[in-house]
Write a protein that binds this ligand. Sequence first.
Ligand code: PEP
Length: 252
Amino acid sequence: MRKPIIAGNWKLNKTPHEAIVLANDLKREIVDVAGVDIVLCPPFTALADVADTLTDTGIALGAQNIFWEDAGAFTGEISGPMLKDLGVSYVIIGHSERRQFFNETNETVNKRLRAALKNGLAPIVCVGENLAQRESNKTFDIIKDHSEGSLSGLSSEEMKKVVLAYEPVWAIGTGKTATPDQAQEVHVFIRQLLGKMFNTEIANSVRIQYGGSVTPDNVVSLMAQADIDGALVGGASLKAPSFAAIVKGAKK
Ligand code: PEP
């Protein structure tokens, strides 16, 4: 049985003060944290304050990126030990916005992933096709390329700690959600791939989130799919009532 995991990706939103308000609102709205892992991923500048706010709540803290070196002359970067010291336990890696706007590649995703694992952080690794790729029937090729490239060289023990997020780029922030069947089809494909790359145990145990315009209205039908284990939520994670409703709806 895979425990559902709901993560809120706040992206480039919320000053530290606004983040404290949202985290406090979420504490009030999310009354029952049992049966689901909940992760909040504020911007780096709000991590310390949100960490304080979440003390003893059972809600985990995630970062939105990590650099692959631990320390050194890398102006503007944030490292694994820095995140760990703040109480971060998850890190989103290879989000499509990073691939699209910041030249993230499978190779850099792989380096960040290794840095996260080395520092005891659980990676949430994103894969997903864009609209042109879907319309030209390249979805599975892209998923294979992202998965094999990003997860390259990982041992089965390391892979057990990874969460995957299937995020069709055409569904992110657009209000166009993949249908439950469309998402399930890709999740099954990813599991089959994990079976080939690792083994059956990994294929069956790794959690795969769906991401792309998840709302309180569609979360239940998405979560009803056998291979969807949670959601990576952007827009709807910025309001406490909608994120809390998604968490509630995610309990299988
Ligand atoms: C995301 O940022 O990963 C995402 C899925 O965004 P949204 O929920 O807004 O589509």
